[in-house]
Design a protein around this ligand. Structure first.
Ligand code: ARG
Ligand code: ZN
Length: 523
């Protein structure tokens, strides 16, 4: 929960200016400098990669968009189309992802050297090809790749334009299962600030991470797009006495080389790469029991902040009981709060273990703490279980989490949804692009603008169809990724109404209406 910088609208909640607080860090979201405003593109295709040489030759390959797919050689059999995708064609991030492969599992082993501030990494990727291809592309920014093997055999590769390109001995058909081992080093850039980047951020005692939208490929080769979810194993080896944390269940912590411990975390539920969490530092791991619905709670708290946990656990338990009837069963088997030494004003819905700052969850329990806890928990349904199929669909994450936060603040007595919705509509600037394609990834149009759309939809459909729509949405797209068009289809099916006019007016239009639909005579 970190907003693009600019004087953010002030949503006053019992006198607390949350907008101001959340804007404390000011500064633009990580994506801002990288957003390329171009027309929708198909997957970027390299016609022919230069013959790679053994080892990590760095060649600049200018990806050419469009153009005919490459074909191999000249023999008849090889004339079948061979795909060499460098992306999945996301308008905002034309370079991210690869349309040729579907990752099933990542096995990530990272040795952290806190003096050199380097990860010595090995990633084993189990994947299935989705096209006929003679090349595999992973997102890899500034990674120093040492060797690559496919199914146990060393393969030539090159790194170029934030990609790792691996040449297969021959084109393989769609549906081929491959295991790729990649050895690499990642130097952590200690000058990077959360303000302009996503990835890993070094602290005195270790590091924390926020990887939305494209930070994961700065520390491991990955298919870095939410359309490709996978299960994950993380083995993090760090010097004693630091504790290393990632998503999922802690399955072991064992002495490795003298003075170091290897921490193994298993994420067995499908997870998008931007939802990974890596934390290293002086952490306590706290088992906080289970929710009434049977979801295990496991927290992590940086030194000195464990005493805050009881109060926040209590609120989280109440939020589960409030949200589950509205949104459907919690989509994962565990949840927890990670109270970290990250930047105050920032929170992130890292899957199964949301990240907060000890500067925000500081032991107090006011509107800000309620807001942050509600927002990140709601993201587990909206964002994590159902992920955006393109980054233009970011309102499906942020608008939904913001609306859920209004619902909870109302429940907890900090104001009413109607008030929050009216204030947000009045405060939202005309500029900023359509909700369905906002100028800023983490700005007011995606957050409050998205929540406004939901409030308008609720007044058009009525509570019953609206909440039934939310539950259907989270059930039918769980573990997947979906678009705004998919949302419209869900709500049309559930309500039996044609919502084209509504979506055109509230989601696709450059400017939003200045008043909510009248439930008696909806637009
Ligand atoms: N998804 C987070 C939240 O709203 C915000 C992440 C912001 N990320 C960024 N790179 N600025 O809860
Ligand atoms: Zn959010």
């Amino acid at each position: 929960m970190q907003r693009d910088g600019r004087p953010v609208r002030r949503v006053a909640v019992v006198g607390v200016s949350l907008g101001l607080h959340l804007a404390l860090i000011g500064c633009s979201g990580s994506s801002a400098p990288r957003v390329v405003d171009i027309d929708p593109v198909g997957p970027t295709v390299i016609p022919t990669a230069p013959p790679p040489t053994e080892g990590s030759t760095s060649v600049t390959v200018a990806p050419s968009s469009g153009g005919p797919p490459a074909t191999t050689g000249s023999s008849g059999r090889d004339r079948e189309e061979v795909s060499r995708s460098l992306s999945v064609g996301d308008r905002r991030f034309p370079g991210l992802g690869s349309a040729d492969l579907d990752v099933g599992h990542y096995d990530v082993a990272l040795d952290y050297d806190p003096v050199a501030r380097v990860f010595d990494g090995t990633v084993t990727v189990s994947l299935t090809t989705t096209t006929t291809t003679d090349q595999l592309a992973f997102d890899a920014e500034s990674l120093d790749v040492g060797s690559v093997a496919v199914d146990g055999t060393s393969r030539p590769f090159l790194t170029a334009d934030r990609e790792l390109l691996i040449t297969l001995p021959t084109a393989v058909a769609a549906g081929t299962e491959l295991v790729v081992d990649i050895d690499y080093r990642a130097e952590l850039d200690t000058t990077r600030r959360f303000a302009d980047d996503a990835g890993v951020f070094v602290t005195a005692g270790g590091f924390w991470s926020v990887n939305e939208p494209d930070g994961t490929s700065t520390w491991m080769p990955t298919n870095d797009h939410p359309t490709d979810k996978a299960t994950w194993t993380f083995v993090l080896t760090v010097p004693d006495p630091a504790v290393a944390i990632a998503n999922g269940e802690l399955v072991s912590s064992e002495s490795a080389s003298p003075g170091t411990t290897a921490w193994t975390w298993e994420q067995t539920e499908p997870m998008a790469s931007y939802l990974t969490l890596l934390l290293v530092g002086d952490y306590d791991l706290v088992d906080a029991g289970t929710t009434a619905s049977g979801v295990e709670l496991h927290h992590a708290a940086i030194d000195g902040s464990t005493s805050s946990l009881d109060a926040y656990t209590e609120v989280t338990l109440e939020q589960f009981e409030f949200f589950e009837p509205l949104f459907g069963p919690y989509p994962f088997d565990r949840y927890g709060l990670a109270i970290t030494d990250s930047t105050p004003g920032l929170a992130m819905e890292t899957q199964g273990l949301s990240l907060f700052s000890s500067g925000d969850l500081d032991g107090s329990l006011g509107a800000l703490q309620h807001l942050l806890l509600a927002h990140e928990l709601a993201h587990q349904w909206f964002g994590d279980a159902v992920s955006p199929a393109t980054w233009d669909d970011i309102w499906l994450n942020e608008g939904f989490a913001t609306y859920a936060q209004w619902l909870w603040l109302d429940e907890a007595g900090f104001g009413t949804v109607d008030e929050f919705a009216a204030d947000a509509l009045a405060a939202l600037p005309d500029a900023g692009g359509p909700v369905g394609r906002p100028d800023e990834l983490f700005g007011a149009v995606a957050y409050e603008g998205g929540a406004i759309v939901l409030h308008a939809m609720r007044s058009v459909l009525g509570d019953e169809a609206f909440f039934e729509g939310l539950r259907t949405w989270s059930a039918e797209h769980a573990d997947g990724a979906a678009t705004t068009a998919d949302l419209r289809a869900t709500f049309e099916r559930v309500s039996g109404r044609d919502l084209k006019g509504f979506f055109d007016t509230w989601v696709a239009a450059e400017q939003r209406p200045d008043r909510y639909p009248d439930p008696e005579s909806p637009a």
